[in-house]
Design a protein around this ligand. Structure first.
Ligand SMILES: Cc1cc2nc3c(=O)[nH]c(=O)nc-3n(C[C@H](O)[C@H](O)[C@H](O)COP(=O)(O)OP(=O)(O)OC[C@H]3O[C@@H](n4cnc5c(N)ncnc54)[C@H](O)[C@@H]3O)c2cc1C
Length: 399
């Protein structure tokens, strides 16, 4: 379904009421009334037009022929051949979806000198890895990568395309979705597929207050991006029997407007997404210096300290330490939340952690709904006790 605005030239007398009431400045008048790109389809103009000249029409689009589009295609993200781990998570999810609709699982790998790495991906049950191997494609440049990706989609016509919600993926996926005039759901937290191959894309919406189920029933392919650490990693299959197929891009499509002058490798500092143990400070922590106590607990457990958003907003922690919809997604082996209420914008990005242990003095705090273990108590009493106990254990084991 698509909404279209229709302005009747016979009825419109250019009175300008619609311009004055449009909250988005989306209406202009030259020789006739024109709607610009700011229109949010709110329909206020249609309701308030004194002449009834503006109408909204629901346009029913023809169903796409689903049989023309087959398979799940995963974008292999890498930097100079080093594959980003989100790729393995997408392959894991892609395989599950592909098996459910009895269709193949594909990967697209764009780069230079990548054949060996492409072969390794077959171990995860990928049916075909389509490789665009060219020196010009060594590093990510959005224009030529989009050309290669588009070429691959035109050749294989996949039903579903999965891309990591990373800086690269967030730059690439919308461009591709626009080229194919199809839908893209960003930052999905869960994915499923119907028998008719419609992808069910689940993600928080309206500030995280609802979990929306989004589908793309009228167009193909169906694009979804998924953040790192949301899905489970792919597991190796017993007898891999996929193949690697090489494709070449036309010379003209390899020409980029972007020149890479120098590639500087950033020092790799393990972030909270990689940590196996995380201690989270929430607003129950009263002063910034009290974070030291939580940090001590994190260090004793070989983990990292993270926070909720209010602490980042207060300037107590760097934004890279924030868990949540507007921060990072984490999936550690153990997460201990201290004085965290458990707002959905926070829990949506940590609730797949293996063990969730919550400390909160309010027994009705929503965090206890996602926690496996909990202590109802004051963190200023509980944490020093925990620290003392762990130190004792460490000392006993050291003797
Ligand atoms: C669009 C949008 C995006 C957002 N993104 C994020 C995000 O990425 N990350 C995020 O964290 N939030 C995010 N938020 C904010 C979110 O809604 C919550 O406001 C926030 O997570 C609350 O943080 P908190 O649990 O630390 O604080 P509070 O909700 O204030 O909870 C503090 C908790 O500490 C407990 N407490 C107090 N004192 C003690 C004590 N001495 N001992 C034990 N417990 C104690 C209280 O009982 C309470 O449950 C977002 C909101 C919106 C609208």
């Amino acid at each position: 379904m698509g909404l279209k605005i229709y302005i009747s030239k016979e009825k419109c007398d250019l009175c300008g009421v619609c311009i004055s009431i449009c909250p988005f400045n989306a209406i202009e008048i030259s020789s006739e009334v024109e709607i610009n790109a700011s229109c949010k389809m709110c329909r206020i103009c249609s309701k308030k037009c004194p002449k009834g000249a503006i109408t909204f029409i629901d346009e029913v689009r023809d169903d796409v022929n689903r049989d023309d589009w087959k398979g799940v295609l995963v974008f292999v993200e890498h930097m100079g051949g080093e594959i980003h781990p989100v790729t393995h998570e997408l392959i894991g999810k892609g395989k599950e979806l592909a098996d459910k609709i009895l269709q193949p699982l594909y990967c697209i790998f764009i780069g230079s000198d990548i054949i060996e790495k492409a072969n390794e991906l077959l171990n995860y049950g990928v049916d075909k890895v389509f490789v665009y191997n060219n020196e010009e494609l060594k590093y990510f440049r959005v224009d030529v990568y989009s050309n290669a990706f588009e070429d691959c989609i035109n050749n294989i016509k996949p039903s579903i395309v999965l891309v990591g919600a990373t800086s690269i993926g967030r730059s690439l996926a919308p461009r591709l979705a626009a080229r194919f005039r199809t839908g893209l759901t960003a930052d999905c937290t869960a994915l499923d597929v119907k028998e008719n191959t419609d992808l069910i894309q689940i993600r928080p919406a309206f500030g995280g207050n609802i979990m929306a189920q989004i589908s793309t029933p009228y167009t193909r392919p169906q694009f979804a991006t998924v953040r790192y650490k949301v899905m489970d990693k792919a597991i190796c299959v017993d007898k891999p029997n996929g193949v690697v197929e090489s494709y070449q891009l036309e010379e003209s499509k390899l020409k980029s407007a972007i020149k890479i002058k120098k590639v500087v490798h950033k020092e790799k500092i393990p972030g909270i997404s990689e940590a196996e143990v995380i201690v989270v400070a929430g607003r129950g922590v009263k002063t910034q210096k009290d974070l030291k106590m939580l940090n001590e607990l994190a260090k004793l457990l070989g983990g990292q300290l993270a926070t909720t958003r209010p602490l980042v907003e207060a300037g107590w922690a760097h934004y890279t330490k924030q868990i949540g919809l507007s921060g990072r997604t984490v999936k550690p082996k153990l997460i201990i939340t201290c004085g965290v209420s458990g707002a959905v914008q926070f829990t949506a990005c940590m609730n797949s952690s293996e063990v969730i242990f919550a400390i909160n003095k309010d027994k009705n705090a929503p965090i206890f709904k996602v926690a496996h273990y909990g202590i109802v108590g004051d963190l200023y009493e509980v944490i020093p006790m925990l620290i003392e106990k762990i130190k004792k254990e460490v000392n006993v084991n050291a003797i």
